[in-house]
Design a protein around this ligand. Structure first.
Ligand code: APR
Ligand code: ZN
Length: 238
């Protein structure tokens, strides 16, 4: 059956349910029609999901939530980066990311990692990982002119075992263009600016006047959770 461009996505991240395996009396949470009946969706002719069958049902592999395949297809139609191996959706029921989520962080940036002997409060004796992010103003793929204010930004991660893992996760998030986004800065009001994308970094190594400093016993746990929301997990590092 032709599912076209989304073939790899469905192969990797979903499992087809048919016959006995389609739950009776259960509705597709996307189109609110019984799973045993064809999907009730309006699909624009030009979209990639328009060639998909309406009656196939599948489960997302990681969370096992069940939908019409074409209903997942319509979600994929609105993925920002349309490269085949950068497709992703967040499960409409539990938000688990399926696929590789990528963002719109400008491509002209730099992420430079160095090590320091001195430690941050709460992680005495470990030394510190120092990350320097750099961006310049530019134009995005979609034609948006953006500014880059307040760069370079220097951030600190304790160089303990868990901190080393966080650095690997941050490297992956950087490659997937998820650490910054283009938007309006809450603190400066600057529109179309390169801004943090909900992965909270520490920019104050030895104090905490901004709320983004040390000590913070929950920092590593919290940043791992924020990375996981973007689909960047330790499982993905393997
Ligand atoms: N350090 C780390 N994170 C920060 C900081 C900071 N000094 N200030 C704000 N954030 C967090 C906020 O908690 C918020 O969740 O970034 C998120 C986005 O806030 P914006 O103000 O929209 O972010 P942005 O404009 O990118 O940055 C604000 O952060 O690193 C500094 O110098 C930078 O002044 C800038 C500030
Ligand atoms: Zn459906």
């Amino acid at each position: 059956r032709a599912i076209g461009t989304y073939d790899t996505f469905f192969h990797n991240y979903t499992e087809i349910k048919n016959g006995e395996k389609v739950p009776k009396d259960e509705m597709c949470p996307i189109c609110l029609t019984l799973l045993l009946e064809p999907a009730d969706v309006d699909i624009p002719k030009k979209s990639r999901s328009s060639s998909m069958p309406l009656d196939v049902v599948c489960a997302l592999k990681k969370c096992s939530h069940i939908f019409h395949m074409v209903c997942i297809g319509t979600m994929l139609d609105s993925t920002p980066n349309m490269k085949v191996n950068e497709l992703s959706i967040s499960c409409p029921i539990c938000q688990t990311i399926h696929g590789v989520k990528t963002g719109d962080q400008p491509v002209n940036g730099t992420m430079l990692v160095t090590r320091e002997g001195s430690s941050v409060p709460g992680y005495e004796g470990y030394g510190t990982i120092k990350i320097r992010y750099g961006f310049h103003h530019g134009v995005s793929e979609t034609g948006t002119k953006y500014n880059a204010a307040g760069f370079p930004r220097v951030c600190y991660v304790p160089d303990c075992p868990e901190g080393k893992t966080v650095l690997e996760l941050l490297n992956l998030a950087w490659k997937r263009r998820l650490i910054f986004t283009i938007g309006t800065s809450v603190t400066t009001g600057c529109p179309n600016c390169v801004v943090w994308n909900n992965i909270h970094h520490k920019t104050e190594p030895h104090s905490n006047t901004s709320g983004h400093g040390f000590p913070d016993p929950n920092f590593l746990k919290n940043i791992k959770m924020e990375l996981a929301v973007q689909g960047v997990t330790e499982e993905e590092l393997k």
